[in-house]
Design a protein around this ligand. Structure first.
Ligand code: AN7
Length: 404
């Protein structure tokens, strides 16, 4: 697909493929999708291809013939009837992004982003990350034989994610600061040519992330849900979901766009505050804090795009406490057998809160995007479950220990 890079804010065209923001106004960049090729297609033409990110190649800005792929996407959409009943909505589907190759939704953007890096002839790629982006980038860089540098906030990355980044051979740098600090440093490294930046500030990343929305519609046989709820950190994913829906609506493939609803952790909720104030811009949170370390982000790079998604779709934004996140995580696991990491459970916690507050109607058909796998953060899981039983190696001792 042909594409143009434009500033999301002043709409200036941007020629330099290496800048990370608008040279004119400093705004966040976006890709204008040329829908001419797709306009000659019907949804059923795409549905002959294998499910996954590259099924939707006519909507992606990199040629599928040289895609760096680990067969990402094609994740389950679970019909969670028991949990829908508990929440009090007509239906609830969970889009289980933990089933991606590195266990999070980041692989959708990364297959496109790393393919772009290869197209540009880059040798080294890098990112700042709360963990999942680094795990994903490390894997795709390995697949593409690129050098990889990841900057992580010291002591605040879940064990599974750190293990992955190390395992796939990235140079892992622990930064004395939070994610926002690490992002500032890696942007500097990109500007001086040390590496090609693959945070979601790079507009090729959100293009891949659009496919989670395409897939949801596809898996529901084009019966568009009333609402899509997702956790928000840097706000790349929520913006990508919106862009995807706008593109399919403009082609007439769907007749309406779901209410896009973003959930932040109470200690890291700059966009929720902006939404409550009805503002198009937000005030960064200087000291973000939450058990959901994936979304421990105070200055979301795609924040303005996300606010547009909320307002334009008559969606909503709210925050949830760490306790509510952990309760929702356990509830999803124990009601539906679906294991997600804390940040992902924010979407479920948000659903329960918004039904209680009357924002979400009992008649709604809801999809929650659960972004990462439970195995990403084993320490939080172990710390919030009942203790294990110790026992001598005999049947009698085990019966006694478990009390049955
Ligand atoms: C599980 O990995 O920012 O709002 O550096 O890992 O698109 O940022 C992760 C974010 C939600 C928020 N759920 O998505 C990173 C990073 C999980 C995540 C988000 C993240 P965005």
């Amino acid at each position: 697909m042909a594409h143009i890079i434009k500033c999301f804010e002043c709409h200036a065209e941007v020629d330099d493929p290496y800048v990370d923001s608008c040279p004119r106004c400093g705004g966040v960049l976006a890709i204008e999708t040329d829908l001419d090729e797709a306009a000659s297609l019907r949804p059923k033409d795409l549905r002959r291809r294998p499910i996954g990110v590259w099924r939707y190649a006519p909507f992606l800005p990199v040629d599928a013939s040289h895609a760096v792929s680990l067969l990402e996407g094609g994740t389950p959409l679970y019909d969670c009837r028991a949990l829908a009943k508990k929440a009090g909505v007509r239906s609830l589907h969970v889009k289980y992004e933990g089933a991606n190759p590195t266990g999070s939704f980041k692989d959708r953007g990364m297959t496109v982003g790393v393919s772009r890096a290869v197209e540009l002839g880059c040798r080294t790629v890098g990112c700042a990350s709360t963990g999942n982006t680094s795990a994903s980038l490390a894997a795709y860089a390995a697949k593409a034989s690129l050098g990889c540098v990841v900057l992580l906030p010291s002591g605040k990355v879940a064990a599974g994610k750190l293990a992955q980044a190390m395992f796939y051979g990235a140079k892992v740098v622990s930064i004395d600061g939070n994610f926002d600090d690490a992002l500032n440093v890696v942007r500097q490294l990109a500007r001086d040519g040390t590496l090609y930046l693959l945070n979601s500030i790079n507009p090729f990343r959100p293009e891949g992330q659009k496919t989670v929305a395409f897939e949801i519609v596809d898996q529901l046989d084009f019966d568009v849900p009333d609402r899509i709820i997702l956790p928000v950190g840097n706000a790349g994913n929520i913006s990508a979901v919106h862009k995807a829906m706008v593109e399919w609506k403009s082609l007439g493939w769907i007749d309406r766009i779901p209410k896009i609803t973003g959930i932040q952790a109470a200690g890291a909720a700059p966009l929720v505050r902006a939404f409550r104030a009805g503002s198009d811009d937000f005030v960064p949170e200087g000291h973000p804090e939450t058990v959901a370390t994936a979304i421990r982000i105070g200055n979301p790079v795609s924040g303005k795009k996300a606010l547009r998604a909320l307002y334009d779709t008559k969606g909503f934004a709210t925050d949830v406490t760490d306790d509510a996140i952990l309760d929702a995580q356990r509830l999803l696991g124990r009601t539906e057998g679906v294991g997600v990491e804390p940040a992902s459970a924010a979407s479920i916690a948000g659903l329960f809160k918004l039904v209680e507050e009357g924002v979400i109607d009992s008649d709604e058909r809801v999809v929650c995007i659960c972004t990462g796998n439970v195995l990403k953060d084993p320490d939080t899981v172990i710390g919030n479950c009942e203790p294990i039983f110790e026992s001598k190696a005999s049947a009698e001792a085990v019966r006694k220990a478990i009390g049955i």
